[in-house]
Design a protein around this ligand. Structure first.
Ligand code: MUC
Ligand code: MG
Length: 376
């Protein structure tokens, strides 16, 4: 039928720089802006799909930069797929995987754009293309990362008052373990039982330091400890997960379905942070989630601090995952002062609603895109 005949006509990758509402401090970098790579995939039936990829702090978080994402798409990926049927994201990504190693961020933006286009073509939301939503909205936590305990406490109180967030993730690992633990304990005791607190070390500790200080985090009442040690030390992460009661969450250590499988074989326990960016898109993240489910590892909906397009793409996938018992952190759009879409993602009553409109359910604001794109 006609739906199978639409072909990919062009792919444009646009770098966009957006200011954040405040500085965002992580163990490896401090952000005052976020860079999005927006993919516009045009098909010869006139339908356009959009996708987005982000990383954090240039090359400080991962091995792909915004500029390398654009280069991979322009120079290597687009020539492979232009002219292919736009109806099968599976077939397009299989072709790309044959000739392009890694580059999960570029692949994620492309896969998202294909699913958006196909959803619009068929008149169904992206989650319907993923087998259907198990939930209509997702709980979203907020990350307190101003670098200042008092300011973080104020920020949390305000967000709790307006019923936007009741789970808060603290980015630690930049200061000494003692200073970090004081910071965590101060925030948890100021906010009390109305909130849950999680911490993300972003690999800052050695296994020995983690073994020594996780009991302090546990005593401070944290709900989970994310990626305390180097991503390469997956066995160490499994050992920590088996040793402590507070759940240990793998983030940087697990990207692809194969990583998840290896981690399971290495004795994985606890939780994994799923991200479309790490797994190469919404379909990729569903495959990673399936391996986690099979291994009995809990799923959490992670972010690479995407704007609205990437966060909503993630929301469609997380809505379709069988289990997502640890909630999500799809707050990226709320960290940005502005975005390049008509309607920005919003969180109300602690949850993000999953769009029901065809495709992603997100439209580009052409004026804002023209204003914020780097090349104009
Ligand atoms: C990460 O490592 O989890 C998610 C939230 C945040 O503040 O940073 C990201 C990346
Ligand atoms: Mg993390």
């Amino acid at each position: 039928n006609n739906h199978d005949q639409a072909c990919i006509a062009s792919i444009e990758a646009i770098i966009v720089d957006l200011p954040t509402i405040r500085e965002h401090r992580l163990a490896m970098t401090t952000m005052s802006r976020q860079t999005l790579v927006i993919v516009r995939l045009r098909c010869d039936d006139g339908i356009e799909g959009v996708g987005e990829a982000t990383t954090i702090g240039g090359l400080s978080y991962g091995e792909q930069s915004p500029e390398s994402i654009k280069l991979a798409l322009d120079r290597y990926i687009s020539p492979l797929v232009i002219g292919m049927s736009a109806a099968s994201a599976n077939a397009v990504l299989a072709k790309v995987d044959q000739s392009v190693q890694g580059n999960s961020l570029a692949k994620s933006a492309l896969e998202t754009a294909l699913l958006d286009a196909q959803g619009k073509r068929l008149g169904v939301p992206v989650h319907a293309l993923l087998g259907g939503a198990v939930r209509n909205s997702l709980p979203v936590l907020w990350t307190l990362a101003s670098g200042d305990s008092a300011r973080d406490i104020d920020e949390a109180r305000q967000l709790l008052d307006v019923r936007r967030h009741k789970v808060f993730k603290l980015k630690i690992g930049k200061r000494s373990p003692r200073a970090d633990i004081e910071h965590v304990a101060a925030i948890k005791s100021a906010l009390g039982d109305l909130v849950e607190i999680t911490v993300d070390l972003n690999q800052a500790w050695s296994e020995a330091v983690a073994a020594r200080h996780i009991p302090d985090l546990q005593a401070a009442g944290v709900m989970l400890v994310e990626q305390p040690i180097a991503k390469e030390n997956r066995r160490g992460l499994a050992r920590l997960a088996q040793r402590f009661i507070v759940p240990i969450m793998a983030d940087e250590a697990v990207s692809t379905p194969a990583d998840m499988f290896d981690y399971a074989c290495e004795g994985a326990a606890g939780i994994v942070a799923l991200k479309i960016a790490k797994s190469g898109g919404p379909l990729g993240v569903m495959r990673t989630a399936a391996v986690a489910d099979a291994a009995g590892v809990g799923c959490y909906g992670g972010t690479m601090l995407e704007g609205t397009i990437g966060s909503i793409a993630s929301a469609h996938a997380f809505a379709a995952c069988r289990t997502m018992e640890w909630g999500t952190e799809l707050f990226g759009p709320l960290l940005l002062k502005d975005d390049i879409v008509v309607e920005r993602a919003a969180v109300a009553d602690f949850e993000l609603a999953v769009p029901m409109a065809p495709g992603l359910g997100v439209a580009i604001d052409e004026d804002k895109l023209a204003f914020y794109r780097r090349d104009q």
